[in-house]
Ligand binder design. Structure first.
Ligand code: GDP
Length: 190
């Protein structure tokens, strides 16, 4: 099982469509139940988790509820999850993370990444919207630091990959990375 997680509007549905040819777009209306959507892909199951974090028109307590449900789903299925793909918006992620830090809060992307690490779920961070990013290397290096990892991008090439879901950039590389990580993850778990 491969789970896709990310804040809303980072381009997660666009990416899943690009990878699988399947359309997972949800209604964005507030209050609409946002259940995980499962679809088959190359003999595996992809689970599209609802987008978390700020969504205009969605009250804070609903956002919190969505987050709790995602966490619960991942905890309950941890042994079945071969891989998580955390999709972030490369153009705005760093700025949002720094804003949260200034308020003394843990940025939600950082929280999710560390949560996945604690559960020992192999994770790929798909840094989307690279078409809008100015300095990709510097941004990814900073993101790595914010996510609590040591070293630079060169040490984490199998985790952080810049892509553009919209323009199709680096998607073949992402596909390869997904396959490799799943293989390794399944070998380790036996
Ligand atoms: P989701 O809420 O995470 O599922 O996000 P969507 O897939 O609906 O995308 C949100 C918006 O970002 C849409 O307007 C997309 O066209 C746009 N988008 C998605 N991927 C990219 C990308 O790689 N580059 C740019 N510039 N825009 C993108």
């Amino acid at each position: 099982m491969i789970v896709f997680v990310g804040r809303s509007n980072v381009g997660k549905s666009t990416l899943i469509f690009r990878l699988t040819g399947k359309y997972v777009k949800r209604g964005k209306r507030p209050g609409v139940t946002r259940k995980p959507i499962e679809l088959g892909w190359r003999g595996k199951t992809i689970v599209d988790m609802p987008g978390f974090g700020f969504m205009s028109g969605v009250p804070k307590h609903v956002q919190e509820k969505i987050k709790t449900e995602i966490v619960r789903f991942i905890e309950n299925n941890a042994d079945k999850i071969d891989l998580a793909v955390l999709v972030i918006d490369g153009k705005s992620a760093l700025e949002i993370i720094e804003r949260w830090e200034k308020r003394g809060e843990i940025p939600i992307d950082v929280e999710f990444f560390q949560f996945l690490q604690e559960l020992e779920i192999p994770t790929i961070v798909a840094v989307n919207k690279m078409d809008k990013m100015k300095n990709i290397r510097a941004t990814i290096n900073k993101l790595i630091e914010k996510f609590g990892l040591s070293g630079s991008w060169d040490d984490h090439k199998d985790t952080f990959i810049p892509i553009s879901a919209k323009f199709g950039t680096n998607l073949e590389e992402l596909r390869k990375l997904i396959e490799e990580k799943i293989k390794r993850s399944q070998e380790q778990r036996g």
